[in-house]
Design a protein around this ligand. Structure first.
Ligand SMILES: [Zn+2]
Ligand SMILES: [Zn+2]
Length: 321
């Protein structure tokens, strides 16, 4: 499925199988998760994709050929971070997620909305056994970046999750496993998401713009709505943090300094490092994180994206070639 231009539907295309370059693996795609970031790319909110582009950056595939790390037939996961330079000040200080020249899967490189994909093997992951392909796919971005976002909350006990989509449904389980208390903030009246959050261990679920049931120690924002930032700052206690886990957000309204006062922290999380991925993929089966997915045939990727746009997906969406 190909994006020819932003703000247009993906087009089903017959392309030659991609050629692995040096250090690349060629994978036969078994499943590819859909992420909010894919929607930002298709909708033109992330404005420098390679074009035409095959989107998709939560790829579960089986190795066909190439590279040295994996054997033929091995199951391999490909995340958003597709390549880094290894030389810049960020790469040299354990912050490759901020690499000046990073290249991203399904943005700078073709991704997994396809039958075959190539990836630099150094940025691929082995996937934990016990997760079928469909359930493994959302671990690769919703899981990894959700986990990094939660880590930025330090040892916060009372954690608010703003936007209860693919990332939050995973983070909720991890946070509960760590003994934290979870509060889920959704669109007003979104009874479905609220019920889903309670099923997964949140002790309260309600309107994101309304008052919280009690003060929070951290708020993690996964919905791309800037007005959540002042609402979340208002909800956190002194010394608490608000962490924005998405790659794009609508403008943040101006806010009184009083909301930040009291040593509250506001920060973003950008991308992932390979260390995040390895840590999370080892940790997920211990929880165990159970991902809930709805599957769509690859040629119905547009319909799946539309469901995500409208907030209709419970858990994560996955396309299957
Ligand atoms: Zn993503
Ligand atoms: Zn770099």
């Amino acid at each position: 499925m190909v994006l020819d231009a932003p703000r247009s539907a993906l087009r089903a295309a017959d392309l030659p199988a991609p050629e692995p370059g040096p250090g690349d693996v060629l994978l036969e795609v078994a499943a590819c998760g859909i992420c909010r970031t894919d929607l930002h790319v298709v909708d033109g909110e992330l404005d420098r994709p390679k074009l035409p582009l095959v989107p998709g950056h939560q790829i579960v595939g089986r190795l066909v050929e190439g590279g040295e790390r994996f054997g033929a037939g091995d199951r391999v996961g490909v995340p958003w971070l597709g390549w880094t330079c290894g030389e810049c000040r960020y790469c040299r200080s354990g912050r490759e997620n901020l690499c000046d020249r990073a290249r991203f899967t399904g943005y700078d490189r073709d991704g997994g909305f396809a039958r075959f994909a190539v990836a630099d093997e150094r940025f691929c992951f082995a996937l934990p056994d016990g997760y079928p392909d469909l359930q493994a796919a959302p671990l690769l971005c919703a899981g990894l970046i959700g986990y990094r976002t939660l880590r930025m909350a330090g040892d916060a006990e009372r954690v608010g999750l703003y936007g209860f989509g693919a990332a939050a449904h995973i983070v909720c389980q991890v946070a509960r496993h760590q003994g934290r208390r979870v509060f889920a903030f959704t669109r007003a009246g979104d009874a479905d998401s609220q019920e889903f959050a309670l099923e997964l261990g949140a002790e309260w679920a309600g309107d994101a713009l309304g008052p919280p049931p009690e003060e929070l120690d951290a708020a993690l924002i996964f919905a791309p709505a800037g007005e959540l930032v002042p609402a979340a700052l208002k909800a956190v206690a002194k010394g608490g943090s608000v962490v924005c886990g998405g790659i794009h957000m609508s403008d943040i309204p101006s806010l009184p300094y009083e909301l930040l006062w009291g040593e509250r922290t506001l920060r973003s999380v950008a991308n992932l490092t390979r260390a995040d991925g390895e840590e999370f993929l080892e940790f997920a089966p211990q929880v165990p994180v159970r991902t809930q997915v709805e599957t769509h045939p690859l040629d119905q990727a547009n319909e799946a994206l539309e469901r995500l746009r409208k907030g209709r997906i419970r858990g994560a969406a996955v396309v299957v070639p």
